[in-house]
Design a protein around this ligand. Sequence first.
Ligand code: ATP
Ligand code: MG
Length: 180
Amino acid sequence: KYEDIVSIIESVIETQKVNTKIHQFHLQKETDKTTVLGDRDKLAQVFTNLVSNAIKYSPEGGNITVRMYERGNRLCIDVQDEGLGIPEEALPNLFTKFYRVDNSDRRRIGGTGLGLAIVKEIVKAHEGEVSVTSELKKGSTFTVSLPLVALANAEEEERDNYEKYAHAHVIIVEDDEHLA
Ligand code: ATP
Ligand code: MG
């Protein structure tokens, strides 16, 4: 199915923002192409896990910024926090099942270490990628990139098709079932 990432992220933030210390949630949309092909519930799971981590590992609060932009033919979504950060040596293990960073800062923060493994699995199934950059005590940024569908900008596509086929007697039947 075609899904708009903006509406998925808005609903994730709406659900997650209650009862947190987070100062403000920012949603920065730097592209109009935000339609991807995928499963709405699974994509919502990805951003629920990332946003809930951003909240959980920001015990002092701070801001959370979700930024959407286009790179090549991909939609990139950054989830950035101003929390504890992640030690460099932990970064390669982060997406491994049951892996948790253990240090005095976060000993009291509970979890099973599955959230990011699930993120990676779902993103992979959508032919996307997930990566992370972080600085201890400054914060972390998780980036998900997903392929933008050719029909991402439906109106543009329709106009292009119209121009292309304006002089031919063709009817274009769109069948997106096989893409779902
Ligand atoms: P679960 O998500 O299963 O409840 P979890 O949050 O510990 O448990 P993951 O979401 O997989 O597991 O994260 C793995 C580890 O990566 C965490 O234990 C935490 O140490 C670190 N981590 C993840 N996100 C962040 C973040 N935004 N800031 C700092 N550390 C993070
Ligand atoms: Mg987690």
